[in-house]
Design a protein around this ligand. Structure first.
Ligand SMILES: [Zn+2]
Length: 195
């Protein structure tokens, strides 16, 4: 039986790398996969999923208006073996229920990869419902500057000072976000002492 998997982590843990490697493994064996990532804005049609170590692949996009069940139904073929979702924290509650139907009714496994919490330590809607509904929860681990497991995502300003307010979605990478352990997130210490 197919399952819904949620791979969750803080930022920069290698989620996209893992997604792309898993998709490659299916394709190498002659099976097809369908990839989705979040549509941040209207500048692009199809986007790609890129990992920090250089892997990339084209991907379909989802936004709040898309019915993922219907979209997957229209795209799948007899060879479709797995669905991959990057940036799964941006799924809506409805999307997560639609993915459950893909697993339960179409019997296709779905692997969703996302951040568990936002820069304020609050849950993302998609991740919250994935944590509730997924069959399997897998933590992808990364480390804080102190060496402890990083579970929080801090956003910092141009003075490298941790931000404690703002919009939940503000797309960025290493120039804006850093993953921290719980203590250093609470204390607002985004980097270790200089050598
Ligand atoms: Zn720490």
């Amino acid at each position: 039986m197919a399952k819904l998997y949620f791979y969750y982590s803080a930022m920069n843990a290698g989620k996209s790398t893992r997604l792309l490697q898993s998709s490659f493994n299916y394709r190498e064996r002659g099976m097809d996969t369908i990839l989705y990532t979040f549509k941040f804005d209207d500048r692009f049609g199809d986007l790609k999923i890129a990992s920090r170590i250089g892997l990339e692949s084209g991907a379909n996009t989802f936004d709040s208006g898309l019915n993922l069940f219907s979209d997957i139904l229209s795209r799948r073929t007899a060879k479709t073996a797995c669905i991959f979702i990057d940036e799964a924290q941006f799924l809506t509650k409805s999307h997560v229920h639609e993915l459950c139907r893909v697993v339960d009714e179409l019997d296709i496994p779905v692997l969703a990869f996302g951040l568990r919490s936002d820069f304020l330590g609050e849950p993302f809607e998609g991740s919250m419902y994935l944590l509730i509904l997924a069959d399997e929860l897998i933590e992808v681990k990364t480390v804080c500057h102190c060496g402890k497991k990083a579970i929080m995502n801090a956003r910092f300003d141009s003075n490298r000072k941790i931000m404690r307010s703002g919009e939940q979605i503000d797309i960025g990478g290493n120039e804006k976000y850093i993953s921290l352990c719980r203590k250093h997130f609470r204390d607002g210490v985004i980097e270790g002492p200089a050598d």
